[in-house]
Design a protein around this ligand. Structure first.
Ligand SMILES: [Zn+2]
Length: 70
């Protein structure tokens, strides 16, 4: 039997309990920021990000090629 102390009253309750029946407090905290799942507005914007990453990657590669060549 695995039990955890209530973070409000300290009494031992099951870890899967949604609320403490000693102090009647809600134990499940709501997520502050709901996941939108829409990080990029459009495929065009996503392509722009990829192009930017590619340029940065090429710049790094060029930097090492030039650095090791000299
Ligand atoms: Zn409690």
């Amino acid at each position: 039997m695995n039990r955890i102390p209530c973070k409000y009253c300290g009494r031992e309750i099951p870890p899967e309990a949604n609320f403490c029946w000693y102090c009647n407090r809600q134990l499940i905290s709501q997520p502050e920021r709901p996941e939108t799942g829409q990080k990029y507005k459009s495929a065009k914007q996503r392509a722009l990000v990829w192009a930017f990453a590619l340029v940065i990657g090429l710049a790094i590669i060029l930097f090492f090629v030039i650095g090791s060549g000299g």
